[in-house]
Every structure is written in structure tokens, then in C-alpha cells.
Design a protein around this ligand. Structure first.
Ligand code: F6P
Ligand code: MG
Length: 454
């Protein structure tokens, strides 16, 4: 099933697809090669060195393909669980298509899949993550916001004594609204967009105080926070629900996701949280199992923040220990289905990954984080801004068993939907008054779909 609107493609000069395919992706790949060379220079074993040199050669081939606008070839069988899915998609829809005339979403995902292949076929470097250094580095440069949150939330939330009352519920609603926004804006720290940011720029993006959040709430162009609250509130009466997160970026964003998920558990709104990450490095900064472990262990044992105070470090450690305990007890679960690293949009999730769809349909609320997930939900196509979000996500709202869905996304690319009846006028006005509003990360959406019972 396809939407009636055309998908964005690299040759569409009016879209961010063009700059991404022509300029951003080669830049990202060039930086990845630099990272591998740095690793290469630190090696001593001849076998490992020569194996890594071959990885670099494969990356150079990919660079030639990308900048020469080659046709998309099949993925070689490198042992990944998604090879068949990838090749089925290429055979069915993209034979003969190039990086520039294939849909942007597929071509961009394909580049990351080919990068994976460069290492997956090697002997010693299968697990190598060209983005790992960068992911760790950005977290370590997020000191102010990290400690602002940890010193506030290390102590467990105070529950009001006695039976739940109006006041307690109102406090919980306010806290929920605030932390949903912390989780939402955590998505604006995205490396793939913001290479070479200064500490100051990072700080400005990581606005976490109550006043800053109140100021930015007006930039949430589709704001379904009240609907979202109604949904989670009703879960509490059933002893807490199962909430799933389809994760986006590692480091600071994941840390914000954890702060939010911690609140959902402590408040009794959720009894179980499932986090869906990637099987291998993806779109520069997306979460892998290794990133997940790194964050928790660095919080508890790391020496990442040499200028931090004792109190700050203690708060970070306390949070890390509590979160590790959630994982040990199975209250937080990390999962990584191969489908998340394919080029399929989520319009195809129920048909191409029926096991995953069934699993997700058992969730009480499925939260998608970030720009790429939003593009995949909406088919990354030229739908008018007034299109209701449930319509824009097709089968993810209309297929039998579709769960309740929320997309928390700061807007970093062309597709924008869910802005209401006046949506097209709003988008036109912003196009005129603030060119670049769709890629700046200044605006966001909290979009919601009720789903359809199975
Ligand atoms: O759309 C622009 C972009 O940089 C894409 O490359 C990618 O879809 C996305 O933003 C990455 O952002 P996020 O990490 O929020 O998905
Ligand atoms: Mg990402």
C-alpha cells in the first residue's frame, strides 16, 4: 500500500534530500574514513591491520559510488539478518535506481547499510562502529544539561501520602508534560545534522529547565500532549501499561529517554518499558546495544566529567545504578529487530515484518523518537501539512492491531503533517518568513494516533 503523494528524491533540488545526498552523506562518510584511519594507526597486529585496510578500501568504493551517483547494487551476504529483506526491496522496487533518483529515504538508508557491509565481511572488525567516538564525545560535551537532570531526578519521586487525589494527579500531569518535552527536545542534539558544534551551541539546544520548556512549547506545531496524557493516565488504573520506545540517538537523547522512562515507571503509569534499538551503527548517532551499555556504565563507573562536583557525580551514579537495576529485573528491556535497519518505511512494517508488528501491537503505547522514525512513519512523502497524522501513517494506524502511536520529533527534514485545518497556510507562512524552518530543529511535533484494535 502506498500513499497518494510522491516521495522525496535526491534530485529534488527544492528539498533537503538534495543537500543530504549530494553533500552531507559524502561528508559523513569522509569523517568515518578518518575515524578508521585513526584506529588503524593504533594497531600492531599485521593481520588486523591488513584486514582494516580492506575495510577502508571498501569505504572508498562506497564513496566513489555515492559521489558518482551509481546504481544501487544488491547487498552481499555478510551474515546480517536483514540481507534478504534488503535485497527483496531492491529487486522489487529499486532495480536500476541510483542514489539520486531512488527515494531519498531508501538511498540514505542504503548508504548506511553499505557502510555496515564494509565491516561485516571483515574478519576482525565486524563490530566496528565508525561513529562510536563521536557519540561518546557529544555526551561528554553535554555536561550542564546532564547534571541539571541528574541532580533533579536522582532521588525517587515523592509520592503524595494517602489515596490519590486531585492535587497529586495534577502534579503528575505537570511532571508528565514537562518530561515528555525533555524527551522530545533531547532529539535536537543530532550529530548527523550538527557536525562540529561548539559547546555553546550544544547548550542552547539542550534546554531542559521548566522556563525554557515553557518557551519552546509554542514551537510544537502539532501538540497532542493532552491526548497522550489521557492515554497514559488510563494505564495507571490497570496497574501500569507496557510502553515501547523506538529509539533514535545515543548519548544525550538516550539519557533523556531514560529520565522520561524512569518517571513513567516510578509514577506507576507504566509497569514495563521496551526499548527498540539498532543492530548495528545506523544514521550516525542511533542507539546500538553497545551505546546503551556504554551510557549506563559510564554513568556509574566513568570519569567523563573531570570538572563536575562530588554531588553531581553522585547523582549521576545513583541514576545509573537505578536504571541498571530496572534492566536486571526485566522492567526495562532492550530489543533490536533487524527490520529497523532496512530501507522499508513503516507503511510496510505489518507486511514485511509481521512478527514485529504483532509484538508491537501488544504494546499499550508505542513512542517513536526523532526525525528518521517520523520520515519512515509518514513514508517521507510530499503530503500536505494539513494531512491528519493518522492518515499520513497509513497502515500503522489503520491495520487491525495497530497500537496507539506517538511520534516525538524535532523537525529536521521536509515532511511535515498533522498541523490541522489551517496547516497548509501555516506551512506556507513559515516557508516565507523563516526559510529553513524544516531543517533547523527549532520546531517539533508531538503527534498521536489512536490505532485500531485487532
Ligand atoms: O532529515 C535530515 C536528517 O539528518 C536525516 O539524515 C535523518 O533522517 C535525520 O535527520 C536524523 O535525525 P534523527 O536522528 O532525529 O532521526
Ligand atoms: Mg538518529
Amino acid at each position: 500500500q502506498n500513499p497518494p503523494w510522491p516521495a522525496f528524491r535526491g534530485y529534488h533540488e527544492y528539498s533537503f534530500a538534495h543537500a543530504t545526498m549530494g553533500h552531507r552523506l559524502p561528508t559523513i562518510l569522509g569523517k568515518a574514513v578518518d575515524d578508521v584511519i585513526r584506529t588503524l594507526n593504533e594497531q600492531s597486529s599485521e593481520e588486523e591491520v591488513t584486514d582494516l585496510v580492506q575495510c577502508i578500501e571498501r569505504m572508498e568504493d562506497l564513496m566513489t559510488n555515492l559521489s558518482g551517483n551509481a546504481k544501487l547494487r544488491y547487498i552481499v551476504d555478510d551474515g546480517e539478518a536483514d540481507v534478504a529483506l534488503w535485497n527483496k526491496e531492491i529487486a522489487k522496487y529499486f532495480q536500476g535506481k541510483t542514489f539520486m533518483n531512488a527515494p531519498w529515504l531508501v538511498a540514505e538508508a542504503y548508504k548506511y547499510r553499505r557502510l555496515r557491509e564494509c565491516f561485516a565481511v571483515s574478519k576482525y572488525w565486524k563490530e566496528y562502529d565508525v561513529f562510536f567516538r563521536q557519540k561518546c564525545d557529544t555526551f561528554s560535551r553535554s555536561q550542564d544539561a546532564v547534571f541539571e537532570l541528574s541532580t533533579r531526578f536522582a532521588e525517587p519521586f515523592e509520592k503524595s501520602p494517602g489515596a490519590p487525589n486531585e492535587n497529586a494527579l495534577e502534579r503528575e500531569r505537570l511532571m508528565f508534560t514537562e518530561l515528555t518535552q525533555v524527551c522530545l527536545w533531547g532529539n535536537s542534539t543530532d550529530l548527523s545534522l550538527l557536525i562540529d558544534m561548539t559547546e555553546e551551541q550544544i547548550k542552547r539546544l539542550q534546554a531542559t529547565s521548566v522556563e525554557q520548556l515553557a518557551r519552546t512549547e509554542k514551537n510544537i506545531l502539532d501538540n497532542s500532549l493532552p491526548l497522550l496524557w489521557d492515554t497514559v493516565k488510563s494505564l495507571k488504573d490497570q496497574g501500569g501499561g507496557r510502553i515501547d520506545f523506538v529509539l533514535d540517538n545515543a548519548g544525550f537523547e538516550l539519557y533523556c529517554d531514560f529520565v522520561y522512562a524512569d518517571f513513567l515507571i516510578q509514577s506507576g503509569l507504566a509497569r514495563e518499558i521496551r526499548f527498540h534499538g539498532k543492530k548495528y551503527p545506523w544514521f550516525v548517532s542511533d542507539v546500538t546495544r553497545k551505546d546503551w551499555n556504554w551510557l549506563l556504565n559510564t554513568m556509574v563507573y566513568g570519569h567523563l566529567f573531570p570538572t563536575a562536583s562530588e554531588v553531581e557525580l553522585r547523582s549521576l551514579k545513583k541514576l545509573g545504578l537505578r536504571w541498571k537495576e530496572y534492566e536486571k529485573q526485566g522492567i526495562w528491556v532492550y530489543e533490536q529487530h533487524p527490520f529497523w535497519c532496512t530501507g522499508f518505511t513503516y507503511w510496510d512494517l505489518h507486511s514485511e515484518a509481521p512478527d514485529l508488528f504483532l509484538h508491537l501491537s501488544k504494546s499499550d503505547l508505542l513512542i517513536f523518537k526523532g526525525d528518521l522514525n517520523h520520515r519512515k512513519l509518514t513514508y517521507d512523502c510530499q503530503a500536505p501539512a494539513s494531512t491528519p497524522f493518522p492518515v499520513a501513517i497509513g497502515p500503522m494506524s489503520s491495520a487491525a492491531g495497530a497500537p496507539k502511536i506517538c511520534s516525538l520529533r524535532t523537525i529536521k527534514s521536509d515532511v511535515v503533517v498533522g498541523l490541522g485545518d489551517k496547516g497548509d497556510e501555516i506551512a506556507e507562512r513559515l516557508d516565507k518568513e523563516e526559510p529553513g524552518w524544516k531543517i533547523s530543529g527549532k520546531y517539533a511535533v508531538v503527534s498521536f494516533s489512536e490505532g485500531r484494535p485487532g
